[in-house]
Design a protein around this ligand. Sequence first.
Ligand code: 5RP
Length: 226
Amino acid sequence: MSDLKQQAALAAVKLIKENSVVGFGAGSTIAYLVQGIKDVPALAGSITTVTSSFNTKMLLQQSGFVVKEMGDLGEIDLYFDGCDQFDSRLNALKSGGGIHTREKILASMAHEFILIGDESKSVEKLDGKYPLVVEVIPDALAFVMNRLQQLLHPSECRIRLSDRKDGAVITENGNFLLDCRWTVFPEPALVNEKVNGIPGVLEHSLFVNIVRLAIIAGPGGIKIIR
Ligand code: 5RP
């Protein structure tokens, strides 16, 4: 699927105008996008970049881009990101990286948020393969776990643990991540409303009504979904 991700990324390069402020998310498709922009020196030399991802920040810096801090910007022109899965209404799950809070801020700050990836990401309905990730303030951990159970009945809800160090994964914001799973993923609008309403939740990894455009590459070519 790698060359399909690269094809989607190269199609995305064409949407970027010189001198614009461009946001980047995380993952392998975004790495192809950074390389694709770097290969157009006039574009690469003129844009200002910002990113939700530590790894992408290092890549942008090593590639010679001007990189701004998120907190210094109130709006940006475009934000590109990958996802784990998205449905026919462009509801997207961005759970793997655990940085969905920063991703959602940049996506909301952008005049246009564009998903890029290969066609394996596209499903009619979110199917439960990926968890909903909920970023939780430590003092609210037990309360949020109880409330999630009462409101949405996940079959499993676990604190994300680090696989390189003993203990829980702690986010850039000093919080825990809960990975919540269902055998049948509930209605996205309901999940969004219920989880956003729980005190102590900072953000969750389901993007409802935020994505406007997806650029998806498959064996048959590039598909633009609006
Ligand atoms: C993490 C994400 C990433 O954007 C996604 O996992 C990237 O995928 P890929 O490496 O296939 O581009 O949403 O939460």
